[in-house]
Design a protein around this ligand. Structure first.
Ligand code: KG4
Ligand code: ZN
Length: 340
């Protein structure tokens, strides 16, 4: 079973071919990703119209390249999976219409995948883990703690009431005059900074529900930055380190609550799983790994290349759904919002 996956919901254009592999894992036959970061960098964030146009320009060639890399023709593909949302609607439409066209012409099943579900199932592609598991999904647009009980069977234990974690990293970076996307930049500078120089707040610490709130932390950092302006490179590094340390503390505390709630809705988890672009952050990964260890859980985080948006995770979610007969047709809608 070879499934083609197409991803165009944000600022990465991606296409991949994945097949079922050994030990319940997937076998990635190709995974082509073209980032538009350079096109959006000047604006400090993703510009929807620019993103949509860039997807149009490269998607066809990227799909062809992913088939070539896999050594397959369209006729050899058993299903066409596409991220049908949530995301920027212009980009989502381009991926979805392309996938529908290919599915119709080649007479293949179409699988309309939820982008968040694809992030959530990536740990099964890479590690073949079983259900249920506790997921921290943290990206530029989403922050969710989820009990993943099965394909299509998710219980949300917590979310953010304001900024997403990745968004907070991006906003802090912008505030400090760093590049976009902010996460990698903040992490790089935090390595040389003093995490204790600024006593930033740890919002929601000790609260009963596993929800996040990050805008207060960002505001506190802005106030510190304004007091010091103009900032030296040491100030910037210390602010980054202090911010990252606060985020890590918040995540660890929220996760503690989520672990307790997990037991009520899903029993004992097989693992703690991190997904989404923020899972690329080394400090966060280390904290999660330590916390999983304390709780006697395996910690699974996809390799960096599969943390950010990619086509392999869409193809894999397509395999998971196709196996269960969960296919879609020409009427599958493009969704800007699509809770999972
Ligand atoms: O999953 P993703 O590629 O795209 C979506 O938002 O769906 O995540 C991108 C987000 C951005 O906000 C970026 O700043 C953040 O993930 N990110 C990081 C790191 N690398 C990427 N945040 C913190 N530390 C990082 N190393
Ligand atoms: Zn994503």
């Amino acid at each position: 079973m070879n499934v083609l996956g197409i991803e165009t919901t944000c600022d990465e254009t991606a296409a991949a071919v994945v097949a079922p592999g050994e030990g319940g894992r997937g076998r990635i036959l190709s995974n082509e990703v073209l980032s538009q970061i350079a096109e959006h960098a000047a604006y400090g964030g993703v510009v929807p119209e620019i993103a949509a146009r860039a997807h149009v320009e490269v998607l066809d060639r990227l799909i062809q390249r992913s088939l070539d890399q896999a050594g397959l023709r369209l006729a050899d593909i058993d299903g066409i999976a596409v991220a049908a949302g949530p995301g920027l609607i212009g980009g989502v439409l381009i991926g979805l219409v392309t996938a529908k066209t290919l599915a119709l012409v080649a007479r293949k099943p179409l699988i309309a995948v939820n982008h968040l579900e694809a992030h959530a199932l990536t740990a099964r592609l890479t590690d073949g883990i079983g259900f249920p598991y506790l997921l921290l999904l943290a990206s530029g647009g989403h922050t969710q703690l989820v009990a993943v009980k099965g394909v299509g069977d998710y219980v949300r234990l917590g979310t953010t009431i304001d900024d997403a974690i990745g968004e907070a990293f991006d906003k802090v970076a912008k505030l400090l005059g760093l590049g976009y996307p902010g996460g990698p930049e903040v992490e790089r500078l935090a390595e040389t900074g003093d995490p204790e120089r600024f006593a930033l707040p740890r919002p929601m610490l000790g609260r009963r529900e596993a929800n996040f709130s990050l805008s207060g932390l960002k505001t506190a950092l802005r106030i510190e930055a304004e007091k010091l302006a103009p900032l030296s490179s040491v100030d910037v590094a210390d602010l980054c380190a202090s911010f990252q340390a606060a985020v890590v503390d918040v995540i660890v505390d929220r996760l503690r609550v989520a672990m307790r709630d997990f037991a009520e809705v899903a029993g004992h988890p097989t693992a703690l799983v991190a997904a989404g672009g923020v899972a690329a952050n080394g400090a966060i990964r280390r904290a999660l790994s330590a916390q999983a260890g304390e709780a006697g859980l395996a910690f699974v985080a996809p390799p960096l290349s599969l943390c950010g948006d990619n086509g392999a995770m869409i193809a894999w979610a397509g395999i998971e759904r196709l196996r269960l007969g969960l296919v879609d047709d020409i009427t599958a809608p493009a969704r800007a919002r699509w809770p999972f």
